[in-house]
Design a protein around this ligand. Structure first.
Ligand code: ZN
Length: 161
């Protein structure tokens, strides 16, 4: 278990395309464990591997704090509707902006045993899936923000992605 350093906006690694994971090695297992630890430590609801400096298509998401999803080589396969609301990012600390995302998202991904599964969600989960998968293609939510970024004072229990 280890907390990794979260890369922040301006770091070129956040703008790069991530590579597919071919097999689960002990290093990948360790990375995923560390990503979960790092996400929980930072009070985040999601974290993508490039945010800890690793250019691999791996994402962790947990919107409830007790239901972690590990998404390896994830792909969005279905979206529906629209939601507009505030979004934040652990790589852009202290800021938030309004972003429109699909209201409902279905994705497929491999789990830590390289078993293919589907993840489906609304509201925050749908938003988190879109946000984290964008990271794997080098995109940050600021590209999609409507209006200005706002300063946020992080409250106890508040969530960032
Ligand atoms: Zn983010």
């Amino acid at each position: 278990m280890a907390i990794r350093n979260i890369r922040e906006i301006g770091d070129p690694i956040l703008e790069k395309n991530c590579k597919e994971v071919k097999e689960i090695t002990p290093r990948i297992r360790e990375l995923v464990e560390d990503m979960l630890d790092t996400m929980y430590e930072a009070n985040g609801v999601g974290l993508a591997a490039p945010q800890v400096g690793i250019l691999k298509r791996i994402v962790v998401i947990d919107v409830t704090g007790e239901d972690p999803y590990i998404l390896i080589n994830p792909k969005i396969i279905e979206t529906d509707g629209e939601q507009t609301g505030p979004e934040g990012c652990l790589s852009i600390p202290g800021k938030s902006g309004i972003v429109t995302r699909p209201a409902h998202v279905k994705a497929q991904a491999y789990d830590i045993n390289m078993k293919l599964y589907e993840i489906e969600g609304d509201e925050l989960l749908a938003r988190a899936i879109c946000h984290e998968l964008d990271h794997l293609d080098g995109h940050l939510y600021v590209e999609k923000v409507e209006g200005e970024l706002h300063d946020v004072v992080q409250q106890e229990g508040e969530e960032e992605e």
